[in-house]
Design a binder for this molecule. Structure first.
Ligand code: GRF
Length: 201
């Protein structure tokens, strides 16, 4: 299973996935990472793990179709089975997703979808007085944060916790969830092993 990771921030999910591939926990090849921000913190972390990063910065484009056109070309050039969004903060158009309909596109979202699509999920969980929080890996469709769910993980919400604390406590759970969800996709859809990979075996 050949995967590429799309990032836009600190890249902690991307690095966790790459490390899981390197240690054999996830049977996949990570053939590249694409960042939609040239100054994303995650770029250097990913490169330090030996995975090439391509930058397609949305701020360099006048409109979404031209940004998505270049992004699509970069993804197609990598010849991947799975595109995993990890902190990629752009909403992808239906046309873009249709162009990749023979591939699996996944995203991780920091809430128990269908609750709390969109931003500021941790604060919204606290404000609502929820007793549990969590994360979701789902297939990407044109509607934001609404594709079919692959896997979820839960954590309890503790009293007197800031949204920052809650986010920090959820993050390692997200990392393992994304690895487990990708393993599930690999086992069910791409069971053939690969060995000629850049990151891992
Ligand atoms: C994660 O919380 C993920 O759920 C959300 O964006 C954040 C990305 O974090 N989609 P990182 O860049 O992987 O550290």
């Amino acid at each position: 299973m050949r995967i590429c990771l799309l990032i836009g921030g600190r890249g902690s999910n991307a690095c966790a996935i790459i490390k899981a591939i390197k240690c054999g926990e996830l049977k996949a090849e990570c053939v590249g990472v694409i960042s939609h921000k040239r100054d994303a913190m995650g770029i250097e972390h990913v490169r330090a793990l030996g995975v090439p990063v391509v930058i397609v910065d949305n701020r360099d484009y006048d409109n979404k179709p031209s940004f998505e056109g270049d992004l699509l070309q970069q993804i197609l050039a990598l010849d991947v089975d799975v595109i995993a969004l990890a902190g990629f903060m752009r909403i992808l158009s239906a046309d873009f997703i249709n162009e990749l309909q023979n591939k699996v596109i996944l995203n991780i979202h920091p809430s128990l979808l269908p609750k709390y699509p969109g931003l500021n999920t941790h604060q919204r969980v606290i404000d609502a007085g929820d007793k549990v929080h969590g994360a979701t890996v789902h297939h990407v469709i044109a509607a934001c944060d609404q594709g079919p769910i692959v896997m979820q993980a839960q954590i309890p919400v503790l009293g007197h916790e800031s949204s920052y604390d809650l986010e920090e406590r959820l993050l390692p759970v997200e990392h393992q969830l994304y690895i487990d969800a990708l393993s599930h996709i690999q086992q069910t859809m791409f069971p053939k092993p690969n060995n000629n990979n850049i990151a891992g075996g």
